[in-house]
Design a protein around this ligand. Structure first.
Ligand code: TPP
Length: 666
């Protein structure tokens, strides 16, 4: 078969599968797969380095379909290329419960899906993290082991989202030349022509951020091929703006938004088959075309085998380290390092802000866990996420361990997801807790994708003081606790901070947020305990002899306040106990027996947290007292703010006494 004809048939196989699967599901997005089929065919059959028989080959090129609504493009490719788990049955079950072909690609559902996409803009930012991880691992392990590209297919929507600019600026600044983004430049979004809402020159825009960019005809295989070859020679990231027609091949809907997100309809599909010269039954791919795809799937196998040989020839220690970090296993020395630190803190309890305690913990564990990569959204000196030995990553110089993410919290969080997805590194990075809102969409995806990404969020309450209510989180703890599979940790002193770091690192199937104070904290854990007491989310930190009349529950900086309130209540003849709750999420996972034991039987339960009440009723009950915030904070010295908002030991004691000793009224 002549090359051009062969290319057209292979691309049409994608188009047909996409039309048929969307038609069968009665929902989905045929437009993008049909429009981008030529791009995908050239990329996957001539350029992308991968082996369907070893989908997790560490040095494979990564492909991110940022426009995840075009998922049928990816599923068709995986089937055509011979990924075992992506059978034709899976395509027939597109979007059905239990299939591997979810509405949007979900990492872990089927081999070959590198990241979960759907929320536009996330994928391109994930890819920046992947491309950065590739360079950083290359600097550690060398060209023989890590030497691959990261390709992205993105849409108008991806580039319109603000996060794309954060990602593009980062990639340009860091000169991530192995990042190649193909822009499906079809001028169409859901509402209609792009001119309804945008007139950005995307090529000029990325060029302004230090990229290489080119415009091509996205239906001309030779232009696509040349652009991809050139992109790999560039010393900068590349955007290939490939002009395409959405729904290419559909006689009436091509080029229109009606091709974007709904089945084409029986008649249109029939006519598209005629137009594309595709006279085959739904889901049927003729043997010669399927063979051509399967052969393309074998293309990089010799390179994978050569890689394997090189890898096996490596020095045993280096090989072991690469295998360990790619598997996500922690070095055994970590637990010892944490134990030593806890022993030190218990012997000489330090009065420290938990952000400073966190830095001290990092100084101790970062040398032991070299795959930990620090960073900050331009708040390095405030977040305390950089250790003395961490050199910064710089443009073209990737041997460092610290990333200046700039003021790009959303891009930072999504790129951290990409680093974790790449595997081999454990990213952690900081911003203020109030700006977790700017990271939230990416944090949610880290949780959904079960990725170990550690978000350090400092300045966690009115305790930050004078910066005032814009910077004082009040609803953020509740909002973060609402995200499934996210562990929110709020340590009360230096020992708990060490324990929370240990928990975040060992939580290999989900992200953690470590919430830290700006202000100093009184040490509470004077006695060394080998066990990680934060492990179960809550534990009794100060008990009373005999039956407690009051159980006080608190987190972070408010635990010391609760302990002081307990002392006052004890003095007033009302025995009280205090429970520290470093993690609501971990506590919720405990057995009923443990939860009941910790919640206790005291007639009065009081929650203390410098945040809103939402979520607390599960612990203190509907009739429990809550001492915290009911609205936004205020600007002022923090001790005054605590008094102003009534979050003091005295106020707690008075509220408790008012309940315990009700005054008789006339
Ligand atoms: C953050 C986010 N906002 C909105 C959507 C809903 N949505 C899906 S595709 C799309 C835009 C479609 O235009 P384009 O990105 O150009 O894709 P194409 O029409 O070319 O398939 C929108 C708004 C989304 N998936 N993510």
């Amino acid at each position: 078969m002549p090359e051009a004809e062969k290319h057209a048939s292979m691309a049409n196989a994608i188009r047909a599968l996409a039309m048929d699967a969307v038609e069968a599901a009665k929902s989905g997005h045929p437009g993008l797969p049909m429009g981008a089929a030529d791009i995908a065919t050239v990329l996957f059959t001539r350029h992308l380095k991968f082996d369907p028989t070893d989908p997790n080959w560490p040095d494979r090129d990564r492909f991110v379909l940022s426009a995840g609504h075009g998922s049928m493009l990816l599923y068709s490719l995986l089937y055509l290329l011979g990924y075992d788990e992506m059978t034709i049955e899976e395509l027939k079950n597109f979007r059905q419960l239990g299939s591997k072909t979810a509405g949007h690609p979900e990492v872990g559902e089927a081999p070959g899906i590198e990241t979960t996409t759907g929320p536009l803009g996330q994928g391109i930012a994930n890819a920046v993290g992947m491309a950065l991880a590739e360079r950083m691992l290359n600097a550690r392990f060398g060209d023989g082991v890590v030497d691959h590209y990261t390709y992205v297919l993105c849409s108008d929507g991806d580039l319109m989202e603000g996060i794309s600019q954060e990602a593009i600026a980062l990639a340009g600044h860091l000169k991530l030349s192995r990042l190649i983004v193909i822009f499906d430049d079809n001028h169409i979004t859901i509402d209609g022509d792009i001119s309804l809402s945008d007139s950005t020159n995307q090529v000029a825009r990325v060029e302004a951020s230090g990229w290489n960019a080119v415009r091509i005809d996205g239906h001309d295989p030779e232009q696509i091929d040349r652009a991809l070859t050139d992109a790999r020679q560039s010393d900068r990231p590349t955007l290939i703006a490939a002009r395409t027609t959405i729904g290419f091949g559909a006689p009436n809907k091509a080029g229109k938004s009606s091709a974007h997100g709904s089945p084409l309809g029986e008649k249109e599909v029939q006519e598209a088959r005629e137009r594309l010269d595709w006279p085959y039954e739904p889901f049927h791919i003729p043997a010669d075309i399927l063979d051509a795809w399967r052969i393309a799937g074998l293309r990089a196998r010799p390179r994978r085998k050569a890689w394997q040989e090189r890898f096996e020839g490596l020095d045993a220690e280096l090989r072991g380290e690469f295998a360990r970090t790619m598997a996500g296993d922690l070095p055994p020395r970590l637990d010892r390092a944490i134990a030593e630190l806890k022993r030190e803190y218990s012997a000489e309890p330090p009065t420290l802000a938990s952000r400073k305690a966190s830095q001290a913990v990092l100084e101790c564990i970062a040398p032991v866990v070299p795959e930990m990569i620090g960073g900050s959204g331009d708040l390095t000196g405030s977040n305390n996420t950089r250790t003395s030995e961490m050199k910064a990553v710089a443009p073209g110089e990737y041997s460092g361990r610290f990333i200046h993410w700039g003021i790009r919290e959303h891009g930072m969080a999504a790129a951290m997801n990409g680093m974790a997805l790449h595997k081999g590194l454990i990213p952690f990075s900081g911003t203020f807790l109030t700006f977790s809102d700017y990271c939230r969409p990416a944090i949610r995806l880290a949780a959904l994708m079960r990725q170990r990404v550690i978000f350090v969020m400092t300045h966690d309450s009115i305790g930050l003081g004078e910066d005032g209510p814009t910077h004082q989180p009040v609803e953020h703890l509740a909002a973060l606790r609402a995200i499934p599979n996210l562990t929110v940790l709020r340590p009360a002193d230096a020992v708990e901070t060490a324990e929370c770091w240990q928990l975040a690192l060992t939580a290999s199937t989900g992200p953690s947020v470590i919430v830290l104070t700006r202000q100093d904290l009184t040490p509470l854990r004077g006695e060394y305990e080998e066990d990680n007491l934060c492990r179960r989310g809550a534990y009794v930190i100060a008990d009373c002899s005999g039956d407690a009349e009051v159980s006080l529950f608190a987190t972070g900086s408010e635990v010391a306040i609760a302990v002081a309130a307990k002392d006052l209540l004890d003095e007033r003849g009302h025995p009280a106990r205090v429970v520290s709750i470093p993690s609501f999420d971990l506590f919720a996972q405990q057995s009923d027996v443990y939860r009941q034991e910790i919640i206790g039987t005291a007639p009065l339960r009081i929650g203390v947290e410098a945040a809103i009440r939402q979520g607390w009723d599960a612990i203190i009950g509907e009739h429990g007292l809550f001492v915290g915030m009911t609205g936004f904070g205020a600007s002022g010295p923090y001790q005054e703010l605590y008094r102003h908002f009534g979050i003091t030991a005295e106020a707690i004691c008075e509220k408790a006494i008012a309940r315990l000793e009700p005054k008789e009224t006339d």
